[in-house]
Design a protein around this ligand. Sequence first.
Ligand code: CA
Length: 277
Amino acid sequence: MTGILAPRSSAHTHQGHKRKQNQDSLHMDDGHGLWIVADGMGGHQGGEIASAIACEVIPEQVSTGVGIAAALQAAHGEILVRGNRQRELLGMGTTVVVVREQGNDYELAWSGDSRIYRWRNGQLSQCSEDHSVVQRLLKSGLLTEQQARNHPHQHVISSCLGSTADEGLEIGYRREHWFRHDWLLLCSDGLTDELDDEQIAAILAQHDNVTGAGAALLQAALDAGGRDNVSVALIRAPDDAPQGRLSGRNQGFFRRPFCPWLLAIGGVLVTALFVLT
Ligand code: CA
């Protein structure tokens, strides 16, 4: 870390080398502990509008006390309403990944194939599970990891905000604990289509701050082809998050304040016993 003023988060986005617009949107709010990456799709600026609606409606909803999964549902409804109102926007949609922090805990919610990863002790783990046809085949054992990666339909998603009928909307949700020095990576598929998990981990391992790491990930995706819009958001754990490798119970034990008077009484008792015997 680079000191007390080092930012909690960094955001980098680029339209890439092939696309004419950047339809990804980001919402970064360190103050309220809310971070969003949304990857829009749909012609006539529909994708851009859908991802922007997600980044507008979700924070609004959360600020009124609505839970993040319900906030995604509300954004989905708003995208459908706006799409139905303007013919050229009909069918627009967006994937979304959201992190909401509450003290040393955080919640994750997502729909579609944008991803959330955790970087802890040099290990990269995917926290979200893609809502995609290929992921379903992988889970049911019909595809191997390698086959999934090269599958011709790997971009076919099974859910996203806006484009899916209400009953088909899938929302993933998890609640986790921060450990000190953890980072979370939120990204659109423009990053993960160009770089595999090993390449992402190798880049993260070369950086000790989220700003440098985010810029390097974006550049690597562009260097690898930049065929899609690329968005990368990195968030680091709060400075007072507990040290890793301890359970919650143990953290409480180790953080209990040191009591010198207790030690003094113990010392007197031991000495008294020694003298008396
Ligand atoms: Ca994309």
